[in-house]
Design a binder for this molecule. Structure first.
Ligand code: IFM
Length: 465
């Protein structure tokens, strides 16, 4: 063991989850339907017809799950609040029973010595707000601020760390342009309008959180894509710039510069004139953050055209990203992949942290998600020897440490995920947990990766193997 494997004193180790992915109990105690309930109910949207029911029944089993967090030596737990539990209709009548669940959860975490880190929106929009237009409707941003006020009033005396949104790219472009997530639309204008209204909602919610009189550190969890040109040609570099614009800078420039990037506006001119941006919006969006959450899984390589490339390595033809020309594609590099098919490259973690440290002006960074899905098997000794997952974590944690040592103000790391759970369009087929869940019995079993992570969290240094 060498000193260079030691994280700084006070570095925070946590794990993350999200309401719809783990809670189950979708009809319990007055919860209203969300867009994910609706999306799951449409055959073909989710692998195997899986739904949010019963997920891993965390709504009822949270004491057991907190005991697991203690076993993993977690200093913090990142969870999300289900808007339709708090406001079944999205607005109006508060459902006290739903709010009480988070009240109990927060108390139990604090009692266990675990910091609660709350995300306000991890994609489960109340269906009633979708019926009224969803995120393409500006009013949804205002309703998000109202909902934030209710949650902050209830929990703000005990929750200090807040993330307004999880991965606004997924909630806007993946959901409204690629159609892969709820509400499953394929409309580029709706996607871009949603992106802006999510950012506006973030800014309005940040104002609310700061006005409660409680200590509130406000951030959001952003899945910055690490986009690399496949080749060194000017065409591939240009394709990478365009993809980076609509994946990353369309979010980070408003947040950190208070403006949409000129090249992105030009690239998307055939789709929109950005007239959904009202006076004053960008000042609201750009209010300083206390921290930025970074969700990182894998890098992506892009090329201006598939010509001359191995057809098996190419994907996304005809619309690889919003605004892409039909020729622009993603190109796999033949690296090892996880069960999601995502290429494993920890250098992307280092790159994304370095870049966001520079762009966010020195605020604290936290890795708010990082992890991997692999096919786990319970062996005869009753354990899960998930060495592939341990290798993934070890590589990425080392890359995070390298970033810290290079001066990045990275203060903590949250593994995705605490438990196996509902992986959106992949249903329960993809397992991301440090803890396995048997979906027939709901039995929990700590994987070898969980034991490895527990040692990391206890010692603050990369465990030797
Ligand atoms: O499961 C998701 C999570 O909800 C958001 N970030 C990526 C994870 C893995 O796909």
């Amino acid at each position: 063991m060498t000193d260079h494997e030691q994280f700084p004193e006070g570095f925070l180790w946590g794990a993350a989850t999200a309401s719809f992915q783990i809670e189950g109990a979708t009809a319990a105690d007055g919860r209203g339907p969300s867009i994910w309930d609706t999306f799951c109910a449409t055959p073909g949207n989710v692998l195997g017809g899986d739904t949010g029911e019963p997920a891993v029944d965390h709504y009822h089993r949270y004491p057991e799950d907190i005991a697991l967090m203690r076993r993993l030596n977690l200093g913090a737990y990142r969870f999300s609040i289900a808007w339709p539990r708090v406001l079944p209709e999205g607005a109006g009548q508060v459902n006290q029973a739903g709010l009480d669940f988070y009240d109990r959860l927060v108390d139990a975490l604090l009692e266990a010595g675990i910091q609660p880190w709350a995300t306000l929106y991890h994609w489960d929009l109340p269906q009633r707000l979708q019926d009224a237009g969803g995120w393409p409707n500006r009013d949804t941003a205002l309703r998000f601020a109202d909902y934030t006020r209710i949650v902050a009033d209830a929990l703000g005396d005990r929750v200090e760390n807040w993330m307004t949104l999880n991965e606004p790219w997924c909630a806007s472009i993946l959901s409204h342009y690629h159609g892969e997530h709820a509400p499953g639309h394929r409309d580029p204008v709706a996607a871009l309008t949603s992106a802006h209204h999510l950012l506006l909602g973030h800014g309005l919610a940040a104002e609310v959180l700061r006005s409660t009189g409680h200590t509130a550190r406000v951030g959001l969890a952003h899945n910055q894509a690490v986009i690399r040109p496949h080749g060194a040609t000017a065409e591939d570099v240009r394709a990478a710039r365009r993809a980076d614009g609509v994946r990353n800078r369309i979010f980070t420039d408003p947040l950190f510069k208070g403006a949409y990037p000129a090249d992105v506006i030009a690239d998307l001119a055939d789709i929109t004139d950005f007239s959904f941006v009202a006076d004053g919006d960008l000042a609201t969006v750009a209010a300083p953050l206390d921290f930025l959450g970074v969700n990182y899984y894998m890098p992506e390589w892009v090329a201006a055209s598939a010509k001359g490339l191995d057809p098996d390595a190419v994907s996304g033809e005809g619309g690889a990203w919003l605004g892409a020309s039909p020729e622009e594609v993603h190109v796999s590099q033949g690296l090892p992949v996880t069960h999601m098919g995502w290429e494993v490259d920890p250098s992307g973690m280092f790159d994304v942290l370095r870049r966001l440290a520079a762009e966010s002006g020195g605020i604290d960074l936290y890795v708010t998600e990082n992890g991997c899905a692999y096919e786990d098997t319970v062996t005869d000794d009753g354990r899960i020897h998930d060495t592939d997952r341990v290798d993934y974590y070890e590589g990425h944690v080392r890359a995070a440490l390298e970033a810290v040592r290079s001066g990045v103000p990275l203060r903590g790391y949250f593994a995705w995920s605490l438990l196996d759970n509902f992986e959106w369009a992949w249903g329960y087929s993809r397992r991301f947990g440090l803890v396995r869940v048997d979906y027939d019995t709901q039995e929990r079993l700590v994987k070898d990766s969980g034991l490895w992570y527990a040692q990391l969290a206890r010692e603050g240094r990369v465990p030797t193997r």
